[in-house]
Design a binder for this molecule. Sequence first.
Ligand code: NAP
Length: 308
Amino acid sequence: MYKSIVIGTGPAGLTAAIYLARANLNPLVIEGPQPGGQLTTTTEVENFPGFVDGIMGTDLMDSMRKQAERFGAEFRSGWVTKVDLSKRPFTLVIDEVGELSTETIIISTGASAKYLGIPGESENVGRGVSTCATCDGFFFRNKKVIVVGGGDSALEEANFLTRFASEVRIVHRRDELRASKIMQDRSKSNEKINWSLNVTPLEVVAGPMGVTGLKVRNNETGQEELLETDGIFIAIGHIPNTKFLEGQVDTNEIGYVQVKPGTSETNIPGVFACGDVQDDKYRQAITSAGSGCMAALDCERFLENHEL
Ligand code: NAP
């Protein structure tokens, strides 16, 4: 039986693992299908304190993992399919690993990219539809691409894609962008970026070789238009990865795990949550790491007072 199992290896899970390992609790860390989490799909991280010239997302996550390992954290790859949180010790069923039991759990499974849910979208994922510019941008050298969304992610992806694409068009459903001013300024001054604001995406159009266009409707005039493109990058936010919890932990109305204010405690004693799976507001690498530290400290204190 483990003292603590950390599920997820983004900045939250890895920070929790570093703290737990340094406290001699020998945590087991379960690495899911995207080791390192969302930061491994970004390019340079410019706002993580301590890195004057920025750091690549993958390098930051590699360092955090090595740091956790250095203090004794154990890593296993697998997909948590089931948990039983009805009594301690808790049990987890993990693909490729089997059933494990643990005194405490730290949930840091993050969030996954949202899709538009329009016709032609799901069947063309990997054929021109993508949610990751860093992963797929390279395939669009000298081609036309569209980025859907008006937040920081969309603008960041659009700027990154200008390195490869001949034209990048941002398609957003409102006149106003949600992104921060610095990202807006950077994007507006980028000559390769064009804008289709106040339009609703209706359908992904594709041929035998993949995506050829995005059908949109102008929200003001109601007029429909086909925007020709070779690729469509969807950057409209995320949904928390909580399916495996099967409703055993309280969540808010949009599915994020609910923690008691100022703590990482869920409604189940011994189960803690950190990172994007419980944060629909800040969603930054640094806040995520900070919440991972809180979860480890809460977990340590819990174990001191609730020995099995
Ligand atoms: P976000 O801020 O929630 O923005 C999502 C965007 O997608 C919004 O513009 C939204 O439109 C649009 N959208 C949502 N659902 C849609 C739908 N069904 N159809 C069409 N458009 C839709 O998400 P995000 O950009 O992923 O950013 C998440 C958080 O991470 C933010 O706090 C952001 O600041 C942060 N972030 C920071 C950086 C950085 O600092 N370098 C980089 C990336 C992300 P509306 O505006 O109309 O709602």
